[in-house]
Design a protein around this ligand. Sequence first.
Ligand code: C2E
Ligand code: MG
Ligand code: MG
Ligand code: MG
Length: 292
Amino acid sequence: HSKIEGKNQFQIYSPDMNLNSFKMFTLKNDLKKALVKEEFLIYFQPRINPLTFELTGAEALMRWNHRKWGIVSPIDFISLAEESGLIVKMGEWLLREVCRQIKGWLEQSINFEKISINISSLQLFQSDFVQTVSTILNEEGVDSSYLEFEITESVIIDREEHVLKTLKELKSMGIALALDDFGTGYSSLNYLRKLPCDTIKIDKSLINDILSNNETYDIFEATIRLCHKLNKSVVVEGIETYEQLSIIQKLDCKEFQGYLCSKPLKQEKFLEFLHLGKWTNESKKQMMIQAN
Ligand code: C2E
Ligand code: MG
Ligand code: MG
Ligand code: MG
């Protein structure tokens, strides 16, 4: 133990390693042990109806509580987990934990539609993925209708046939599918047709400068119209201002996520949100103070 730490500490003084590459180096080394050491956490970001402000559900987002670096963002460890293949086991852990949470909330008679989970392509490439999912749902006793899997269009760049078959099987099991990060890829329009998703999550980058740039607004509006025309439900991610909120109200989006209503929250804080069942200015203030 101390030997490994000693070695890492030596690296920090190495002239060709800055703090960030040192951090990534240690994260990569520590990732293998993080699952057994139970260092992963799940945060939940509320999904809200922009007209009624009622809670529709949440997106489960992973965090890593690292002994040295504190709460580590998934941006810093998901790609490491994908490179090493650890994402497969981490994803199983996440699904099981989310099922347990869902069960607990239902036992408290809390009302919500769905909890969504990000699924990495590597998980979909596993030949036993559908079986694994079905086993976990059975063991935890959770109905598949409470779950939504978020995938990105990159999933069908490789092994298209296998992935499409897997997605159809998940759908027929009753799990909803959402296409995440829409608007960031290369040939999104083709994937919009190919992937069996009922919901499209519009990436934050599409609404970023929507108020200052007419072309950006036109692209955003046309994207939403297109999704609706294809009978897809739209979730807009990254709503930070009331001006952005009023735009998506006019465009008839069914759900949004964003710092305006809440950052991703720890279990206990999200439970408070669930109990309210609704986003209010008062709840918003409280949650923003509590969120980190
Ligand atoms: P994502 O799936 O697109 O998740 C949405 C991200 O946008 C989250 O970042 C969320 O905190 C952030 N976000 C939401 N509203 C706002 C806003 O108003 N302003 C800003 N600036 N950001 C906002 P987060 O939690 O850091 O996650 C980053 C990405 O990491 C996720 O993007 C997802 O691709 C990946 N990820 C997170 N958890 C998991 C996981 O359990 N498994 C896999 N495979 N990927 C995960
Ligand atoms: Mg997502
Ligand atoms: Mg994503
Ligand atoms: Mg996204």
